[in-house]
Ligand binder design. Sequence first.
Ligand code: PLP
Length: 630
Amino acid sequence: ENTYHVKRWGNGYFDIGETGDINVIPRYDQPNLKINLKEVIEEMQSEGIQFPAVIRFHDILRSQVELLNKTFRNTIEEANYEGQYFGVFPVKVNQMREVIEEIVDAGSRYNYGLEAGSKPELIAALAYNTNKNSLTILNGYKDEEYLRLALLGLKIDRNIIIVIEKYSELLKLVTLAQKLDVKPIIGLRVKMMVKGRGKWEHSSGERAKFGLSIAEILNAVAYLEAEGLTDCIKLLHFHIGSQLTDIRAIKEAVQEASLVYSKLFKLGVPLEYVDVGGGLAIDYDGSQSTNDSSCNYNLAEYVSDIVHGFKQNCDLESVPHPHLVSESGRAITAHHSCVITNVIGEIHPSGTQYSTRKSTGEHIIVSNIRELEVDLTAAEKKDNHQEIYNDVVQLKSQAMQAFKLGILNLDELAKVETMYWRILNVIEQQMQNHDFIPEELNDISEMLSSQYLANFSVFQSAADSWAIDQVLPIVPISRLNEKPAKLCSLVDITCDSDGKIDKFIGHDTVANNIPMHKLNQDDDYYIGIFLTGAYQDVMGDMHNLFGRLNEVHIVSYDDDPKDFYIEEVVKGSSVDNVLSTMQYTPAIMAQVIKKEIDVQISRGKLKPREGVNLIDFYEDCLNGYTYLKQ
Ligand code: PLP
């Protein structure tokens, strides 16, 4: 637990069992219901499901939907707040049909709706958010077709609120609505002055991409009044950024938005809802801080600040409490899925052993490094590790220079390299017993750390770790009662040196390495990348043509707290899937290979049976999984 901080980032959904395996506790209200992730992996293996794979816990999705809605409802009741809560899930955070279906189903009794930010998302929301009491909030830039779809929704009695992000949208909407004789329900997105905190803080402020300035809002109100449509303005919207790390940003936003709402209301704008957007953060690194991958508040505090903030300001201004809408996406989906992959090898900087026996006439640099190895035996007594370290670093650099000038030959360079790493290893071991380790010598552990090669693609499965340095919790699935003996970073199987993860949860800060267990030749070593259910799940890209992962959906039995079943298997991309996406025609490709094999057969260079086997093999690979087979 102290190594991987599972309790700190797990939000109650994960713990480490006595057997040293990681458990998933998928329902927040049933802490005794525990699913051993290793058993899930074994079940998947027995069903022939290849790794890497995504495991989805639908119960966690349902739990998060319930928690958010119940927290708002309870806080509203306790505060005697007069409005109600109508949450919406932003489809862009995880567009998978199964995810949307589960969220809509779990949210139906809370009138929890959907938010769409584009035409395709609206098309999905129209078909999936069929609950007449929940909202469908429409954000994003809109063309005429988008607006027509929105009006279609209104014609079939959906509670669709069209949020105006840009003034020109309003003119388009009014013209169209009048032509089609539909009364739109309009939201106005205000460009907030308060700055969010965290990576997405540019979502607010004067140069924000979306929203109307106060002047534009007043113009919009005047325009709608002139068109006789003032009563269509129902919602005030703001969004100051995702993953808001600091609760102060939320408090300030609520203060600003409640004033804008109150003043507009007093001007005669019949606003009924305020939409506070997304931003509810996830504590990915478990530090409860304002780090980019963390936050200094929890759900209860977030909700309380919104409800009490609006109540207080509206009471002071003597205006009604508006219904509250929020668009939390990350907080709903992040915990429910993880990526499981197997470590398939180790890359060690000092892995190769090369004979360093003294040869006649060897260069003095080589002899000097050899002497340092001898000195090391006395180093413990003399306490001169720093001196030896400085010397060996300098000699290695001199050796490189000498090689470039043609003075040192390949054999000598190989000897220098081998002795250099051996010396660093010994210094590191000897320093382990010391109370004080000089700063530079501390770096030796990092220099000696391994890279564990895992069967996955960062670009497909952990895009934010590559793109924005998002820290994601990474934990071995088993052996958690065994002290991990190796410091590692992770590399993936793409042909890209960026295909790596080297930001991990450290003790106090973000670390470049993570402790892992030594690999055993006979045992698989599975690791999980956790909290990947928001954005990561759907933003992946097919770098190197590595496609979507196999997926299983796990559901727990009600009557047995330890048992589970695989409700659904969703096959990941096959090679022909990804090639077709890139405009190839796999059938023609197979014909090309077949023709060439036939030529070799006709020339007698291949036996017919061998030729047929080769064609079958090529076709099997086309139909197969894109990742490494184990
Ligand atoms: N609403 C809007 C308008 C957004 O732009 C976003 C994401 O940035 C969200 C909601 C979802 O935010 P989060 O995932 O932080 O809850």
